[in-house]
Write a protein that binds this ligand. Structure first.
Ligand code: GDP
Length: 296
């Protein structure tokens, strides 16, 4: 489907064999190919510009290694720079606080927020042996609260009982109180989404954050939405203090460029990626794998 970066660069460097160092002209020619590869992988344009500039600086003047071709060498420089930009290490949730630790999920409707809430709850229950409660604060979308309850049953995770007509801030208060009284380790709040970012959504989110004082605020973004995902991340990160990002639908055919943009735009690590609809379809984010996918 896509030509890999290694293949592209092979051509650019054909004529370069036997020289002592990567010179500026050759590197710039190679970086034009890198730029195209990143844009095809859906990395946002300002992020591409920034990245290419940094990688170019690193590459110019490096001695040409004997063991690899110059093309392979540039691919390695670009790959290392991508990993560095994505955050070299996987970053876990920081829930080491006086219980209940509160995780607040935010994002647009349809991004996979409710599913991801249940996936994280299941993971914490099964892998970390935490006692987890989930609560849906989504009073806008019909049956959103019931959807979370159904997922809770599937995941064998408790959900806050539904009280009809209650508003998000009051649900958050009730959830906190229940979690404290019943000795839960972690409370995950699934907030309402909207089809687009709007002020009502942001105000509601901020009001909930004021009450719940979350230890983690995770933005859920659909990897398939490409450039839109970048705008969404920008908007949310300006309004609430995000602690991390979850990129869903990485099982689709997105090249993963959104991952690079997320990190650059929010300054926060991607903590998980969604890789299937089913509740086990959540993985820790591995920068190396995503870098490989972006480069093709
Ligand atoms: P919300 O409106 O943000 O709460 O979105 P939902 O959690 O209801 O998810 C919307 C749809 O996306 C559902 O059909 C989910 O099963 C699906 N979904 C969520 N995450 C993933 C994922 O990582 N991969 C795939 N293939 N589907 C997902």
């Amino acid at each position: 489907m896509f030509e890999s970066l290694s293949d592209r660069l092979g051509g650019v460097f054909e004529r370069l064999r036997g020289r002592g160092a990567l010179n500026e002209g050759d590197v710039r020619a190679a970086m034009r190919e890198v730029r195209i590869a990143l844009l095809e992988a859906d990395v946002a344009l300002p992020v591409v510009r920034d990245f290419v500039e940094k990688a170019t600086e690193q590459a110019i003047g490096q001695s040409v290694l004997k063991s690899v071709t110059p093309g392979q060498q540039v691919v390695k420089i670009v790959n290392d720079a991508l990993i560095e930009m994505l955050g070299a290490e996987a970053v876990d949730l920081e829930l080491d606080v006086t219980p209940p630790a509160v995780v607040m999920m935010v994002g647009l409707q349809g991004s996979g927020k409710t599913t991801t809430t249940a996936k994280i709850a299941k993971r914490l229950t099964e892998q970390k042996r935490k006692k987890v409660m989930m609560a849906s604060l989504d009073v806008n979308r019909p049956a959103a609260q019931e959807q979370l309850a159904t997922l809770g049953t599937q995941a064998k995770v408790a959900t806050l009982p539904i009280v009809a007509g209650q508003q998000p801030v009051d649900i958050a208060r009730r959830a906190l109180q229940s979690a404290r009284l019943q000795g839960y380790d972690v409370l995950i709040l699934d907030t309402a989404g909207r089809l687009h970012v709007d002020q009502a959504l942001m105000d509601e989110m901020k009001a909930v954050a004021d009450i719940a004082k979350p230890d983690e605020i995770l933005l859920v973004v659909d990897a398939l939405t490409g450039q839109d995902a970048v705008n969404v991340a920008q908007n949310f990160s300006e309004q609430v203090p995000l602690t991390g990002v979850v990129l869903t639908r990485m099982d689709g055919d997105a090249r993963g460029g959104a991952a690079l943009s997320m990190r650059a735009v929010t300054g926060k690590p991607i903590k998980f990626v969604g890789v299937a609809e089913k509740l086990d379809g959540l993985e820790t984010f591995h920068p190396q794998r995503v870098a490989g996918r972006i480069l093709g």
